[in-house]
Write a protein that binds this ligand. Structure first.
Ligand code: F6R
Length: 610
């Protein structure tokens, strides 16, 4: 996820672009840059790190031009560096981009064969060369953009400037967001509303497959096929602060609602539905490597550790590979056994957690290959690892991890399917069913988010006074029970325990009485009957039961004091749907209690101390 802005008017562009980028910094902040028309050419200024570095570079330059484009980056392809920062130039063309160009490797080879030199590791630079190739053939900027995008597969919102047309910016969109702002004598574009609110509240939301040419008198909008589009600007009534959270009360809630998007971006270009397989060329493991793995050791902390427990179950059940999970802090310094043929998977949203980093390093020193699953491109853990498989959830601002967790689940499942196929552990039809099911998950999650939120909000008043809460699940629902309990603890400060449902009678049952809500995760899977027996055991101790049940499961719902319905899925996919009501339960309790949801006491987003 990145932020893009553009401006055409009669004021100095650089401060307006910089201000817009500051308001979009939540979308990415590892490098930034602008291109401004200046004395007949395009002046490009880029800087690694926070925006203040770009601000410093710009103040040294003193640009006076009144037309330009800007970008704040959240690296997806290529580590954060000045050469990988946007705008990317090719001849007279400069481009900023938010999204992922799926066929960039193929296009890179094609452009190199045409004599273009590609300086960066990014997918975006390819777009600037494609447009340049078209302008060299004599097309104006808008036609060149239209023709160039005809070659591109993937998600994009782009803004383009050309030295040949110094009073215009051309923008286009497919999947990634883009909004235009209209004011007297000035036209703007941005990835999101907050960047534009100080300048105008008159906005146009672009749709997928549309292109617009901006000048100081407004914009002309059409489809990429060339049909004109007539859309009038709408008045937006948001305050800048509300807009940053896109109207949500907290970043955490916004991020819970962004999960369909995080999943879509993480799955994009990786599910091969035709061949019932997963595309993991980016990891760089061969078929032989897949077959040579004797055991997988999954290392992580906190929420990421819960994702690894689901990962372990998938690796064992789907790929037949022995797998263990280790809390990174416990793996360290206790001479854990690492053997030849061990693959270590280090999972970390931030990619910086010191315990995970050091544990993975220790394992590497003892001869294991390390694969990183991280959300932050170029962070410490991917840098030390032998290979990386990134999640694409975009920056997570709320301290309690939600969308990164669901994206980690997606990567762990995709890796398990890939391994299962290479090791002959999964038939084509089994893989086909799973790949199809996984491709539908973003939609299934999206479909129920709002009703789940309403259902959970409606029940918290009754339960939010509880001092202790027990979460129970079996199989893949066990790590979700752990995750539900952790979420509740960290943001609402209510004591909660996640337990394997079968373990309840070995101790925690002693805690149960009418004051203790028990949240039972009971999707219709192979553990269903036994989980229902555990539910009955808790009910017999007068505990209040909140069920997370498959839609239409009236039999279990009749046993619950309250319940939430989740979509029926392939049994291996249930965590993607069962975790949502648990996240929302924690959020609603915390919000009801009035705690600091986004920055809970004593916690930090990235834990770089041991
Ligand atoms: C909880 C949470 C933490 C992190 C843990 C590891 O909501 O976010 O438990 O999961 O600190 O962080 P990463 O994934 O960055 O290694």
């Amino acid at each position: 996820m990145c932020g893009i802005v553009g401006y055409v008017g009669d004021e100095e562009a650089a401060p307006i672009l910089l201000d817009g980028l500051r308001r979009l910094e939540y979308r990415g902040y590892d490098s930034a840059g602008v291109a401004v028309h200046e004395n007949g050419g395009l002046e490009i200024v880029r800087a690694v790190g926070k925006l203040r570095n770009l601000e410093k570079a710009l103040s040294d330059k003193g640009l006076g031009g009144t037309v330009g484009i800007g970008h704040t980056r959240w690296a997806t392809h290529g580590r954060p560096s000045e050469v990988n920062a946007h705008p990317h130039a090719s001849g007279p063309i400069a481009v900023v981009h938010n999204g992922i160009i799926e066929n960039h490797l193929e296009l890179r080879a094609e452009l190199e064969a045409d004599g273009f030199t590609i300086a960066s590791d990014t997918d975006t630079e390819i777009v600037s060369h494609l447009i340049h190739r078209e302008t060299k053939a004599g097309h104006d900027m808008a036609t060149a953009v239209r023709r160039a995008l005809g070659h591109v597969e993937g998600a994009y919102a782009i803004a383009v400037a050309s030295e040949a047309e110094p009073r215009r910016v051309v923008v286009a969109k497919s999947s990634s967001p883009l909004v235009l702002g209209v004011a007297r004598g000035a036209t703007y574009c941005a990835s999101d509303i907050p960047a534009l609110l100080p300048y105008t509240n008159s906005m146009v939301f672009m749709e997928d497959g549309e292109i617009a040419v901006l000048d100081e008198d407004g914009f002309s909008l059409s489809t990429l096929r060339g049909e004109p589009v007539n859309r009038r600007p709408r008045k937006i009534s948001w305050s800048p602060v509300m807009a940053e959270k896109a109207g949500f009360k907290h970043f955490m809630l916004k991020e819970i609602f962004e999960q369909p998007r995080a999943l879509e971006d993480t799955l994009r270009g990786r599910l091969d539905r035709e061949r019932a397989d997963v595309e993991t060329a980016e990891i760089g493991l061969s078929e032989a490597d897949a077959k040579a793995i004797r055991r997988v050791i999954l290392l992580a902390c906190g929420t990421s550790h819960h994702a690894t427990i689901a990962g372990r179950y998938w690796l064992e059940e789907l790929a037949g590979v022995p797998a263990i999970t280790e809390l990174a802090s416990e793996f360290r310094g206790r001479d854990a056994v690492v053997e030849e043929g061990d693959l270590v998977i280090a999972v970390s949203q931030s990619g910086e957690t010191i315990d995970t980093l050091m544990a993975a390093k220790e394992a590497k020193e003892r001869g294991a290959k390390v694969l990183a699953i991280a959300n932050v491109n170029g962070s410490a853990i991917p840098r030390m690892a032998d290979a990386s498989f990134y999640t694409h959830a975009g920056p997570e601002i709320g301290v309690a991890s939600t969308k990164c967790f669901i994206a980690q689940l997606a990567n762990l499942l995709m890796f398990s399917i890939w391994l299962a196929r290479r090791r002959g552990a999964m038939s084509e039809s089994e893989a086909g069913e799973l790949v199809e099911g996984l491709a539908r998950i973003p939609h299934l999650v999206d479909e129920r988010l709002k009703t789940t939120f309403d259902a959970v909000s409606g029940m918290v008043r009754e339960f939010s006074g509880a001092r202790d809460v027990l979460f129970l699940g079996r199989g893949l629902s066990f790590p979700m029970a752990l995750e539900g309990a952790l979420k509740l603890k960290e943001i609402s400060y209510v004591h909660a325990e996640g337990y394997a449902a079968g373990e309840m009678k070995h101790g925690p049952i002693a805690l149960l009485d009418a004051q203790v809500p028990v949240i039972v995760i009971a999707p219709k899977d192979r553990h269903y009957e036994r989980v229902c027996s555990n539910l009955e055991e808790a009910r017999a101790r007068e505990a209040k039961i909140i069920g997370v049940t498959t839609a239409g499961d009236t039999q279990t719902q009749a046993l619950c004091d309250a319940f939430v319905e989740v979509a029926p899925t392939h049994e291996a996919l249930s965590p993607f749907v069962t975790v949502i009501p648990l996240q929302l339960y924690a959020y609603c309790v915390a919000d009801h209690k009035g705690t600091d949801v986004d920055q809970p006491r004593n916690l930090a987003k990235t834990v770089t101390v041991e």
